[in-house]
Ligand binder design. Structure first.
Ligand SMILES: [Zn+2]
Ligand SMILES: [Zn+2]
Length: 126
């Protein structure tokens, strides 16, 4: 029996979704979020972040890949009017991206936070 809506096992129809989902399973990627100009959650893959504009964060809603700076400008929700975004500057993405609240209770949250801190400092000049 053939079911028309069943995707092939190798997921060839959704390559981007699968590739990062696999990274997550191996434990190298974890979820991050921002609440700038709306809210967005993404899957961050640290080892893909090899240059400042490398697309290393995948939106969990549309599965598009973003660099750290373009991710903070990406959202599927309208901005929260109560939040003051005076002075928003995507170049300061490291101030806006934080670990997903999903990981707050995780025993690995400390490790993830330090990886996130490291990647924020990776290409920043002091
Ligand atoms: Zn904000
Ligand atoms: Zn999206």
């Amino acid at each position: 029996l053939l079911r028309p809506h069943t995707f092939p096992q190798n997921g060839s129809l959704l390559p981007a979704k699968n590739s990062l989902a696999q990274l997550k399973e191996t434990g190298s990627a974890f979820e991050v979020e921002h609440d700038c100009l709306g809210k967005c959650q993404g899957l961050f893959a640290p080892h893909i972040y090899t240059q400042p504009d490398a697309p290393c964060i995948q939106c969990l809603e549309c599965y598009a890949m973003f660099s750290t700076q373009t991710f903070v400008m990406h959202s599927h929700r309208s901005p929260d009017k109560r939040t003051c975004h005076w002075g928003f500057d995507s170049a300061k993405w490291h101030c806006y991206i934080h670990l997903s609240s999903k990981h707050a209770e995780s025993p690995d949250s400390k490790k993830m936070k330090s990886i996130l801190k490291e990647m924020k400092e990776k290409f920043s000049r002091k």
